[in-house]
Design a protein. Structure first.
Length: 113
């Protein structure tokens, strides 16, 4: 369990736990390259928060936002990414990158357990 990122390939969105962020970031495979954004988090001012006057944990909702510093950065990924549509019964795929280029995208057969 835990966080994951999204990878979009040929119009299909997959979940992936092999990417660097693991913060629900979105990566794209474009022209056989893994592309992502560079970003940082910042505090949202109190007057812009959804529940600024709520008691307990609710006042924290919407307290941080992601700010894109550089969009569409080539990740120059080398290695494997395991991708799934979510859940255990959906197909799982393996994307192999060599020197930043996608060289293989195959379905990984899962054991019937």
């Amino acid at each position: 369990m835990g966080m994951f990122d999204y990878v979009i390939h040929e119009g299909v969105e997959y979940q992936c736990k092999d990417t660097p962020d693991q913060y629900m970031s979105q990566y794209r495979i474009i022209n056989r390259r893994l592309i992502g954004d560079e970003w940082h988090m910042e505090d949202v001012p109190w007057n812009e928060r959804r529940y600024p006057l709520e008691k307990g944990i609710m006042h924290l909702c919407g307290s941080m936002r992601r700010v894109i510093d550089r969009a569409d950065v080539d990740q120059n990924w080398h290695g494997y990414l395991y991708l799934t549509g979510g859940g255990q019964r959906l197909p799982r795929y393996r994307a192999k990158f060599t020197d930043g280029n996608l060289v293989e995208f195959i379905e990984v057969k899962q054991d019937a357990a």
